[in-house]
Each structure stands twice: as C-alpha cells, then as structure tokens.
Design a protein around this ligand. Structure first.
Ligand SMILES: [Ca+2]
Ligand SMILES: [Ca+2]
Length: 171
C-alpha cells in the first residue's frame, strides 16, 4: 500500500465479516491540491486464521465446536457421511446430520430427461457427475451451478438403462 504525505494513519475497525477474502474500497480520496484521486482498493483476509493448521479456520471451529482446536477434519461427528472438512467445504453444519450435501431426488421428466435436485448453500457452486455403472468413474456433466440453483436437468442419459448421479460442492 502506497503511503501519501497527508495520510499517515488510518484506523479501521472490522467485525462480523465472513471468513475469506473481503474487499475494502476507499473513495473520495483527494491529493494535496484537492484533486480527486482514483479509487483505492485492497483485498484483505479476515477470519482465515487456523491456529492448529488443520485446514479448518478458527472461526469455523469456534462456530460449531466452541473451540479453535477441537474439530478433527477427518472425523464425521454427526454421522451423515461427510467428514468435518467436507462439511466446511460444502457449507453444511458438521453437528447436524440433516445438514449435508447429497443428491436428494432424481425425477423422470418430459422428453426422456431427469431432473436432479440437491440442497444448495450460499457462496457455493455445484458440479453434477454421472456414471452408468458404479464400477466406472463418474464423469462431470456440468459445473459452476451457483446457489440458489438447486436443480439440473439431464437431457443426455434418458435412454440409459442405469444411471447414478453425484453432486460436488465448490467453495
Ligand atoms: Ca483449525
Ligand atoms: Ca458430518
């Protein structure tokens, strides 16, 4: 950040921002001759501290585990099939088995299509994957479906005898 002669100190008080990158924009800045200067902008990280270096930010561990070191990324505390780390990425509650990411419904629709639904979380995007056999790899069908979108229509696999869907969350 560039320092200017007439601006030697700024005190900024920040509270209750979401974790991650936030943008601070400063406008109305003028130079020594009272000419308007271009908008100054900076990005800063808030709430990204991770005291125990386990990949789960302190603010997240505090919110769900009342402590900044108690949550174990690989553990599935609420037994919903998602590890705590997966719940952090998905934006779901790691202590509530009903808050989870899964394909909720696959509904046959007109024109040999299937409508796939899930429960989206804010600030997440979703990818839908498909395979005709669980012994083969899933292939990505669509990416970047942003909250609040909660459904996707598969127009490609209506004639397939079998089909399996997987939903991925991207933070
Ligand atoms: Ca942590
Ligand atoms: Ca879980």
């Amino acid at each position: 950040m560039r320092q200017t002669n007439h601006l030697d100190r700024v005190t900024l008080t920040v509270s209750t921002l979401p974790g991650g990158t936030n943008t601070l924009a400063v406008s109305g800045v003028k130079d020594l001759y009272n000419n308007a200067m271009s908008l100054q902008q900076m990005n800063f990280l808030y709430g990204a501290a991770d005291t125990d270096h386990d990949g789960l930010p302190d603010w997240w561990e505090l919110q769900y585990f009342n402590n900044i070191t108690n949550a174990v990324p690989s553990v599935d505390n609420d037994n919903d099939g998602l590890s705590n780390w997966q719940e952090y990425i998905a934006g779901t509650d790691p202590m509530n088995q009903f808050s989870t990411l899964r394909v909720e419904n696959i509904i046959p629709a007109a024109g040999s299509t299937y409508v796939v639904t899930w429960t989206p979380q804010s600030n997440r995007t979703y990818n839908v994957l498909w395979t005709d056999k669980l012994t083969t790899n899933f292939t990505t069908q669509v990416t970047g479906l942003a909250y609040p979108q909660a459904r996707w229509t598969d127009t490609l696999h209506g004639a397939s005898a079998d089909g399996f869907y997987r939903i991925e969350a991207v933070k």
